[in-house]
Design a protein around this ligand. Structure first.
Ligand code: FNR
Length: 382
């Protein structure tokens, strides 16, 4: 079938991405931190949940639409922010955003993207903006104002990277920051001419390797030179008061990403957040962190129904979407799944990843005797 790309699940897209990307870029996309127990824990926790299906319930018209922040979404899913999309595919953020818009799901622009928020937002669709704070907080406030100016509906502040994560493989692969050609990465890049020509070659033709985005011109530096003073991401001194400043500045929906403790969820509710993302950052921050899906029930008991609960980390199947809904999430976010599609086949790959998750969600609902999202309850799970 045209458009299926020979990929019939997210794992097939993952394999396409692995083949196309240089090892250093692939491992940046795929891997976790330290001993990498967290990624398997996310998956095991999802796999350990089982369904108790119901039969004979006329499932010939399953409806996957679901409101997120009061607006309908084609399914309870949004694309998570991923900063490195521009090295997976030329102008990758634009392709992620367009595929999401066409599929009718929200897309989250990362503040760590290599593209300015205006250039991504020009694609249209339902857009959210994710923030990491810079050392000079005024630079962050400026980009928050720009995100509002281009129509982003929600601001997501990511809280689970107070310090740099320990990604040892980046050093082994010669992909530390600032990035430069070296003995370790040279052969790797040369052995991937399709990626080299299609991504780096196209940037070079347009004037060079992308710089850090969303900064005033005098602070922009190529990724080969690292951040200038003040422009570094720095959140080790961030606290609830610092986040309250952002809440006051942002007129739209305000979301805290990277919450795993019910008390932090309650604190988010008390400070006026509209939502949280129950997330361990795809096991890319703290390796020993609880699986997001295991943290969800207690958080849903604490704040469910009073604020929007999103969940991410390990979502690879439509059944995972249904499990997260059953345990109290309003919707899931997906990080790697669409990135696999992007790296494997550009925009068509992103579309394929969303279509697969959509079709799987619909099929699982039918198998369970569910006709719409309101019928998903904890009683589905054994
Ligand atoms: C991320 N993630 C992330 N999160 C964030 O808040 N800002 C960012 O810039 C990034 N960048 C980023 C890059 C890459 C390559 C990955 C894989 C992830 C985390 C992301 O938003 C999300 O929390 C996880 O990806 C969810 O887990 P899964 O779906 O990848 O298993």
């Amino acid at each position: 079938m045209p458009g299926d790309l020979g990929c019939y699940n997210i794992a097939d897209l993952r394999e396409g991405a692995r083949r196309r990307l240089p090892k250093g870029v692939w491992e940046y996309l795929e891997r976790g931190v330290e001993d990498e127990t967290g990624m398997a824990r996310n998956r095991h926790a999802l796999d350990a949940l089982t369904f108790v299906p119901r039969v004979l319930r006329r499932v010939d018209a399953v409806d996957t639409t679901s409101p997120i922040f009061g607006q309908p979404s084609a399914l309870p899913m949004a694309i998570a922010p991923t900063g490195a999309a521009g090295i997976m595919w030329h102008k990758g953020d634009v392709h992620l955003a367009r595929a999401a818009a066409q599929a009718g799901v929200p897309f989250t622009i990362s503040s760590a993207s290599t593209m300015d928020v205006e250039d991504i937002a020009a694609v249209g669709g339902r857009l959210w903006f994710q923030l990491y704070l810079r050392e000079d907080r005024q630079l962050s406030y400026d980009v928050v104002a720009r995100a509002h100016g281009v129509g982003c509906e929600a601001l997501f502040v990511t809280l689970d990277l107070p310090v740099q994560p320990n990604r040892e493989y980046l050093h082994h692969n010669g992909f530390g920051m600032p990035f430069g050609l070296n003995r370790k990465n040279m052969a790797d890049l040369m052995l991937h001419p399709r990626w080299l020509a299609g991504v780096i070659g196209r940037y070079m033709l347009e004037g060079g390797i992308p710089a850090q985005a969303n900064l005033p011109a005098h602070l922009r530096h190529s990724i080969a030179r690292g951040a200038k003073p003040g422009a570094l991401f720095k959140q080790d001194d961030l606290d609830w008061e610092g986040v309250a400043v952002l809440r006051d500045k942002w007129p739209g929906k305000f979301v805290l990403k990277g919450i795993l403790h019910p008390d932090d969820a309650l604190r988010a509710l008390a400070m006026g957040a509209d939502g949280i993302v129950v997330s361990n950052h795809g096991a890319r921050s703290l390796d020993g962190s609880i699986a997001s899906i295991d943290a969800l029930p207690a958080i849903a008991r604490a704040v469910g129904g009073k604020m929007t609960i999103l969940l991410d980390s390990g979502i690879r199947r439509g059944s995972d979407v249904v499990k997260a809904k059953a345990l109290g999430a309003d919707a899931v976010m997906v990080g790697r799944a669409p990135l696999y599609g992007l790296a494997a086949a550009g925009e068509a790959g992103v579309t394929r990843s969303i279509d697969l998750l959509h079709a799987e969600t619909r099929r699982v609902m039918a198998m369970l005797g569910l006709r719409n999202m309101d019928e998903i309850t904890p009683a589905l799970l054994a």
